[in-house]
Design a protein around this ligand. Structure first.
Ligand code: TXA
Ligand code: MG
Length: 326
């Protein structure tokens, strides 16, 4: 493949060796998109300082343009060039970066990040991912990368290269394959731009972990949800209807089970965690949903998941996936 010009790499899934990173960096520097793994989910990356490259992300995902994007950096210092770092941000970055936490902070007036990433807000969402491939890609590209989850708008987030290819196909010129994502849930998004820290989206870092650093932290109300439009309820939708809190299952349903005693009688069953481990369940969530969604069945019944720790983020995603479509 080394002889092929980059524009002929359409739809390619590549093992991330030195050559693949070079191809990816070339595409990114030319204003193209590249899909890559992070510890949370796969991201659809583009040069965050290039308006047209960022617009390409919206185009590729078919995403409503009012939805702001997370910008990924190699280090806290690189992020600090673009946003105002306050003491909360410093403490959280020290505790959880690199890792599955996104901080919403005021943009610096001289920030080079495309205004499209902020979608009209005076703030910017920033994150330093810990996945080795994400880190290597940021280094190779030598610029911050705007990256939403690498799925078509309104579909569930991809946790493998195959998911990305299935959702976006030929619309992405290159997908770096890093296997399955370790966390499997998107990053926690916390707004630090107001008078108090507010969790806008539960995710890979739990509220308890945040409170251990910051003291009491608020969760977004219906009102602050508007500040994080990606939290719209229909955002995480499989094609099949979901039935939550199932205590029995029908023969024409798929079952998303949890724990050692999966319900009996489903057409097909996948278990988030037979041992009842919430981290394992989070890592399996989107993959299992993707898989069950392919079945020609009446719907997906979902067993109850405990509303604690990572279970809160899991139930949040499940509730969104189950919400009526408009
Ligand atoms: O784990 C993740 O966060 C993944 C990986 C690729 O990093 N990315 C991801 O991006 O989930 P996305 O675009 O699917 O979700 C970004 C969330 C949305 O809910 C969006 O509304 C919110 O972050 N967001 C982005 N910028 C914001 C801002 N300035 N203010 C408030 N919310 C913001
Ligand atoms: Mg998303």
């Amino acid at each position: 493949m080394s002889q092929e010009p980059t524009h002929r790499l359409a739809g390619r899934i590549l093992t991330p060796d030195a050559e693949a990173f070079r191809a990816a960096a070339n595409l990114l520097q030319a204003g193209e998109v590249v899909a890559f793994p992070t510890e949370t989910v796969y991201g659809l990356g583009a040069d965050a300082t290039n308006d047209r490259a960022v617009a390409r992300i919206f185009e590729t995902k078919g995403r409503p343009s009012f939805n702001p994007l997370i910008v990924h950096f190699e280090t806290l210092e690189a992020a600090a060039r673009e946003v105002e770092i306050n003491p909360w941000a410093e403490a959280l970055a020290k505790a959880f970066w690199p890792g599955p936490l996104t901080l919403v902070l005021p943009r610096k007036t001289d920030s080079r990040i495309s205004l499209l990433c902020s979608a009209g807000l005076p703030t910017l969402a920033v994150r330093v991912p810990r996945h080795e491939i994400g880190q290597s890609l940021l280094r190779a590209a030598q610029r911050p990368l705007a990256a939403p989850s690498a799925n078509a708008s309104g579909r569930i987030s991809p946790t493998s290269a195959i998911h990305v290819a299935a959702s976006l196909g030929d619309r992405v010129p290159l997908i770096l394959d890093g296997g399955d994502c370790e966390v499997g849930l998107e990053s926690t998004v916390i707004d630090l731009s107001g008078p108090r820290p507010v969790i806008l989206r539960p995710g890979g870092i739990t509220r308890a972990q945040l409170e251990a650093v910051l003291g009491t932290v608020d969760e977004a109300t219906a009102d602050s949800d508007i500040k994080s439009p990606g939290m719209m309820t229909s955002h995480y939708a499989p094609s099949l209807p979901l039935r939550l809190g199932a205590t029995s299952v029908n023969a024409n349903e798929a079952l998303l089970a949890f724990g050692p005693k999966p319900l009996e009688g489903a057409a097909v069953t996948l278990n988030l965690s037979t041992s009842g481990d919430l981290a394992e369940a989070a890592a399996n969530l989107f993959g299992h949903l993707h898989h069950l969604d392919r079945e020609k069945l009446a719907g997906i019944a979902v067993m109850p998941v405990p509303e604690q720790g990572l279970g809160i983020a899991i139930n949040d995603r499940l509730a969104r996936a189950a919400a009526p479509r408009n």
